[in-house]
Design a protein around this ligand. Structure first.
Ligand code: GLN
Length: 242
C-alpha cells in the first residue's frame, strides 16, 4: 500500500456479480474506512483494462457463459497475474474461484484455461448441483472464526499439491470432492464457493484481506455483534435435528 490509500479493485461487475457480490466490495471498503483508511474503489468492467496497482482485488460468481467470457478477457488482459506477482491480494468467489485455477469446464462443455493463480483444477460434477447452507472451520493457520455461507455450483474443484484448503466444511459440500475441503489459497490468492455475500456474513475474512494489505497482525476492533449473532444463529440452525 502506498500514500496511505487502499486501492480496492472489483473485477468485472458486468459479468461476475450474480450473487450479490457487490456486498463483498462494500464490506471491505467500509471496514477499511472504519479503521481510518482512505479507500479508492475501482469497479472494472470487462471492456476495461485491469489496473496493476491495486492492493486488493475481488472477483465474484456468475453463470456459466459470463464465466467463460470473463476468463477469456482476463487471460487476454494479463494484468491480474502481474498484480499478483507484485504482491496483490485476490479474493474470489465460485465462478471467479474456478477462473483463478488452471482450468474449468465451460458452458460449451469444453476445458477452458484459467489464470493459474491458484493450484486448483475444476471439473463438472456428475451428481446433483451443490446448493445450500455451508458451515466450516477455516484453516487454523489463518486464525479466523468459523465460516458460514451459501453455495450454488455444479463445478467440483480439486486441489493441487501447492494449494491449501481455505476451510473444512462441517455442513455442505464445499469443493465437492467429498473430502470436506472448501475453497483454496496460494499465498495471497484466495478462492471460495461461499456466497452470502461471503464477506458480509464473515467480516473476519474482510479483515484478513485488510491485514495482508497493511502488513499488520491486528486491526482496531469493530462492533461485530450483529455479524456474530447471525453466525451463531446459522450454527444453531444447522445443529437442530431435521
Ligand atoms: N458456473 C459455475 C458452476 O456452476 C460457477 C457458479 C457460481 O458462480 N455460482 O460451478
Amino acid at each position: 500500500m502506498s500514500d496511505n490509500q487502499l486501492r480496492l479493485v472489483w473485477i468485472y461487475p458486468d459479468l461476475l456479480s450474480t450473487y450479490g457480490d457487490q456486498g463483498n466490495a462494500l464490506v471491505v471498503e467500509r471496514r477499511a474506512r472504519q479503521r481510518g483508511l482512505d479507500v479508492a474503489r475501482l469497479d472494472v468492467r470487462s471492456d476495461q483494462p485491469i489496473p496493476t496497482s491495486g492492493d486488493i482485488y475481488l472477483i465474484g460468481g456468475g453463470e456459466d457463459r459470463p464465466q467463460r467470457l470473463a476468463a477469456e478477457r482476463l487471460r487476454r488482459d494479463g494484468h491480474l497475474q502481474r498484480a499478483v506477482e507484485n504482491g496483490a491480494i485476490v479474493f474470489s468467489v465460485c465462478a471467479g474461484y474456478q477462473i483463478l485455477g488452471h482450468e474449468f469446464i465451460n458452458d460449451l462443455g469444453q476445458r477452458e484455461p484459467g489464470l493459474g493463480l491458484l493450484d486448483v483444477m475444476s471439473t463438472r460434477g456428475e451428481g446433483e448441483r451443490c446448493v445450500g447452507d455451508v458451515l466450516g472451520d477455516i484453516d487454523p493457520r489463518l486464525g479466523l472464526p468459523p465460516l458460514t455461507g451459501f453455495e450454488n455450483h455444479q463445478g467440483v474443484t480439486h486441489l493441487g499439491p501447492t494449494a491449501r484448503a481455505f476451510a473444512q466444511v462441517t455442513m455442505g459440500r464445499g469443493n465437492g470432492t467429498g473430502d470436506g475441503t472448501e475453497g483454496a489459497y496460494n499465498g495471497t490468492v484466495f478462492g471460495t464457493y461461499m456466497h452470502g455475500p461471503v464477506l458480509a456474513r464473515n467480516p473476519q475474512i474482510a479483515d484478513l484481506l485488510l491485514k495482508l494489505a497493511l502488513d499488520v497482525n491486528a486491526l482496531p476492533p469493530i462492533d461485530d455483534r450483529w455479524y456474530e449473532a447471525l453466525r451463531d444463529e446459522r450454527i444453531a440452525a444447522a445443529q437442530q435435528p431435521a
